[in-house]
Design a protein around this ligand. Structure first.
Ligand code: ATP
Length: 267
């Protein structure tokens, strides 16, 4: 992976810092946070072939079958205010969707707010961003992305909910190259983060909004304290979802706090 990236990357900073690639890690997020705390530069990367204890948001687990998925976390030190940090999660969703389409132009990837990749109503990637704050300022953000790439089946609750890039293509097409997908993601992520630094959410708004499967839909907002039905109206400059509930009251839903579901199924 490292040699491939050195040969093929044309980025200025993404994938140019420390690259930690190991066959097995418990969690690329845990490793990236360790790297961040030891001073790894902007654009560093933790990536593995087998992740044994992947996590999603709110203590959920992320299933990663060995050698069939791309599991990686960058270390970013963006010039963003602390309140803009959630934008990295939305940006990583845009970069992941773009990278999938760069490698497989026949696929079309939507985004379920804030950060799930969707193909034909099923989840193709998930993102867990974690961050470190020093003296009230953002020290680093570690967006972890798990992309389902070459899986040919899912079990249990994932059967109805998950898909992979391979499953969404004609059966005769071969396996997708994980290294090429990694390279495409780093290339896209550099552009996304640069744009966020210059313009905030406006820098990615067009790409994010055109892919949104949430906006203008009736959704169920599932929080720790309450669940309610609302219509998704907009996304604000900090990446929060603006909804109007059934009483006509406008409410602001923060990433990290809730899950959003469509009324008829997953999205
Ligand atoms: P959701 O709306 O799916 O609950 P979320 O952002 O709250 O999204 P994540 O943190 O992205 O959830 O991921 C954890 C959830 O994703 C788990 O609860 C599980 O249902 C699902 N999941 C776990 N592994 C996979 C996978 N490989 N592909 C798709 N979905 C997965």
């Amino acid at each position: 992976m490292k040699a491939y990236l050195e040969k093929h990357l044309t980025t200025r900073w993404a994938g140019r810092g420390d690259i930690c690639h190991e066959e097995q890690m418990d969690s690329t997020n845990r490793r990236a946070k360790e790297m961040g705390r030891s001073g790894a530069p902007h654009g560093s990367l933790a990536v593995c072939d087998v992740q044994t204890a992947g996590r999603g948001r709110m203590q959920r687990t992320w299933e990663t079958p060995a050698h069939q998925a791309l599991t990686q976390t960058m270390v970013l030190r963006p010039q963003l205010r602390l309140d803009q940090a959630p934008l990295i999660t939305l940006g990583a969703a845009v970069a992941s969707a773009q990278a999938i389409e760069d490698v497989c132009p026949d696929l079309h990837v939507g985004i379920k707010w804030p950060n799930d990749g969707i193909i034909n109503g099923k989840k193709v990637f998930g993102i867990l961003s974690e961050m470190a704050v020093v003296d009230g300022k953002l020290d680093f953000v570690a967006p972890g992305v798990g992309i389902n790439v070459n899986q040919t089946s899912f079990d249990g609750e994932l059967k109805e909910k998950a898909t992979s890039m391979k499953l969404e293509r004609p059966a005769e097409m071969g396996d997708i190259d994980l290294k090429a997908l990694m390279c495409a993601y780093l290339t896209r992520m550099e552009k996304v983060v640069d744009a966020l630094e210059v313009s905030g959410f406006d820098g990615i708004a067009q790409e994010y909004l055109r892919r949104s499967v949430t906006l203008n839909q009736k959704v169920q907002v599932i929080g720790a304290q309450e669940t309610f039905i609302a219509t998704a109206k907009a996304i604000d400059e900090e990446g929060a979802l603006i909804v109007v509930d059934e009483n006509g009251t406008e409410r602001r839903v923060l990433c990290g706090d809730v899950s959003v579901r469509g009324l008829m199924g997953y999205c």
